[in-house]
Design a protein around this ligand. Structure first.
Ligand SMILES: [Zn+2]
Length: 246
């Protein structure tokens, strides 16, 4: 294939746009800001679970405290009734002995329940403090996730911007290249997964970085300037310039 030497040079601009575009695509795929969002979301989920756990604990303990309070009340009422009966003066001596025993046993029961209540109140206090810490942590995690999302969206918008710019630049460059050469370039680009042409600089293909051997170099040197020559190693179109070292 023969294409005007000057037109072949345009392939380098095209390749530069393709490099820029694939760098942008790579950046989009490996965006650290996106990973940061995932980390922030995980931490928000973890803290949210902590809050639910702590809320359940507080609810259970509160219910338990109430149950104990009601038990203590029952014991108090029973003791008050017994005391009233004793004080009424109408109880028989036998009844009084029975009431005294019951009052003693009720007093023990009440003391026992109050001890339990105290212990439970301490546990409830600790659970409430854990809950407050978890809630605070969750607020922080939410803010962190919102910040991370904003940063990621900004980075994605940046990439979209750059991609659009380089795509229109590529279209403009491609417009100055004849169809057969462009088709060949695009075919090679698909094969290499990057670019379809590279500069021959200082006797090395800048696509695969391999230096041409003597025979290859002689072939390129002797080729017509308008002949489309290719790297034997990577298959890219070799664009000759003043820096080629021929
Ligand atoms: Zn090469």
């Amino acid at each position: 294939m023969k294409v005007d030497h000057f037109e072949q040079q345009k392939l380098l601009d095209l390749a530069a746009e393709d490099v820029a575009l694939s760098q942008l695509a790579h950046r989009r795929r490996t965006l650290p800001e996106a990973a940061a969002v995932e980390t922030a979301e995980q931490s928000e989920r973890d803290l949210s679970a902590d809050v639910v756990r702590a809320e359940t604990e507080v609810r259970d303990l509160t219910r338990e405290v109430k149950r104990l309070e009601s038990d203590v009340d029952t014991v108090r009422q029973r003791a008050a009734r017994d005391q009233q009966r004793m004080d009424s003066g109408s109880a028989t001596p036998k009844e009084i002995t029975g009431l005294q025993h019951e009052l003693e046993s009720l007093a023990r029961r009440q003391a026992d329940l109050e001890d339990q209540q105290l212990e439970l109140m301490e546990r409830l206090e600790a659970a409430e403090s854990t809950l407050a810490t978890a809630q605070q942590g969750l607020v922080g995690a939410r803010e962190g996730r919102e910040r991370a999302t904003q940063l990621r969206d900004d980075a994605l918008a940046d990439i979209a911007d750059g991609t659009q710019r380089h795509e229109s630049a590529r279209t403009a460059v491609a417009g100055g290249i004849s169809a057969p050469l462009l088709t060949l370039y695009d075919r090679i680009r698909t094969q290499t997964g990057g670019t379809g042409a590279a500069m021959l600089r200082a006797r090395a293909c800048q696509g695969c970085r391999i230096e041409l051997n003597g025979r290859e170099l002689a072939a390129v040197r002797n080729a017509d300037p308008h002949e489309v020559v290719r790297c034997e190693n990577c298959g890219r179109i070799l664009v000759r310039t003043a820096e080629s070292g021929l």
